[in-house]
Ligand binder design. Structure first.
Ligand SMILES: Cc1cc2nc3c(=O)[nH]c(=O)nc-3n(C[C@H](O)[C@H](O)[C@H](O)COP(=O)(O)OP(=O)(O)OC[C@H]3O[C@@H](n4cnc5c(N)ncnc54)[C@H](O)[C@@H]3O)c2cc1C
Length: 297
């Protein structure tokens, strides 16, 4: 099916994009890589009057590390992030970027669009929750930064206000003894995950000083599994502790019944993925090079 007719506008700056979106009103949508929006337009699930293309705004795709902080511009594509020095230095970022769909989608889809689509199957919101990231927004009322935890408020709904866009995300560079893993399971490479799990650990020997765990594709929004983290924090990472953390993560999930599997199947997967994520994060904390990505059958 062809999309319903719409007017196309190309913004040359953040200010111009905000001005256009504000002036054009609720029928207008921002366009980044188009990998979600154009699909919705083609099935006429959404029929915007106007598209404001952000893709040519200079500087909005920067990936940089400064003053102990990583900052990724909203227009950075999954492929560019996967190839970046940041991904080489922080393997959990590489796990996520490389696990998304296929080369074609990774070359067009952006981290900002992934976050703003509010799609519970998208990987970056869960990964960024694992890293306790901030989302940087700019709109008619100026700039603001929000915690990523809670940015996706409901199914396809975010905290963005009318005329507002995401300009980038940032998170603290993991410190010494800290490493993570992002693991997912999907039906085939170009498909969204059935479930995914991010784990970031800070260890002192076998003792867990700090832990962050987030779940993707496990409910209507990304899930910050705080009870699972509490099972790990301050504990020596033994089998019983890890089992309790996995059980708490499963209890925090609320998977839906769809073509990717039943809730019971997804809960089993979450249990397995939490254990795998902890195992890989732990080995990376110890300096081991471990390659993981989304697995499929
Ligand atoms: C076949 C296929 C498989 C996929 N598999 C996966 C997967 O496994 N994992 C995964 O995470 N993703 C997957 N995706 C999604 C893809 O990764 C894109 O990230 C995602 O579609 C959105 O990014 P985009 O840049 O294409 O955004 P667009 O499609 O351009 O926009 C998406 C939404 O965000 C809004 N938007 C975009 N940028 C901004 C901004 N800066 N500020 C405010 N609003 C904005 C748009 O208005 C729109 O509502 C898949 C997509 C396809 C087509």
């Amino acid at each position: 099916m062809y999309p319903a007719p719409f007017r196309y506008h190309r913004a040359e700056s953040v200010a111009e994009a905000i001005g256009m979106l504000s002036e054009l009103g609720e029928g207008a949508r921002a366009l980044a890589g188009g990998q979600s929006l154009l699909v919705l337009l083609k099935i006429r699930f959404d029929e915007p009057t106007d598209l404001v293309d952000l893709a040519r705004i200079p500087g909005l795709d920067a990936i940089e590390q400064r003053d102990g902080e990583v900052r990724i511009g909203a227009l950075a594509t999954h492929a560019r992030i996967a190839r970046s020095e940041i991904a080489a230095a922080i393997p959990i970022v590489r796990d996520c970027a490389n696990g998304i769909a296929d080369n074609q989608v990774r070359s067009r889809g952006t981290i900002g669009g992934n976050l703003c689509s509010g799609d519970p199957s998208c990987d970056w919101p869960a990964l960024l929750t694992t890293l306790d990231a901030q989302v940087h927004c700019e709109g008619p009322a100026g700039k603001r930064s929000l915690p990523v935890d809670g940015f996706v408020e409901d199914l396809y709904a975010t905290a963005l206000q009318e005329g507002e866009i995401v300009t980038g995300v940032s998170f603290a560079l993991p410190g010494p003894g800290s490493a993570g893993a992002y693991v997912g399971f999907k039906r085939c490479a170009p498909a969204y995950p059935t479930t995914s799990v991010g784990v970031q650990l800070t260890l002192s020997g076998a003792d867990c000083v700090d832990a962050r765990i987030a779940l993707g594709s496990s409910g209507l929004t990304p899930i910050h599994a705080t009870a699972a983290e509490a099972e790990l924090r301050g504990q020596t990472l033994g089998e019983a502790v890890i089992r309790r953390a996995a059980e708490a993560a499963v209890a925090a999930s609320d998977p839906i019944d769809d073509q990717r599997g039943s809730p019971a199947f997804k809960r089993r997967l979450i249990d397995t993925l939490v254990r795998r994520g902890i195992d890989v994060a732990r080995r990376r904390c110890a300096g081991e090079q471990v390659e993981v990505s989304h697995e499929y059958y």
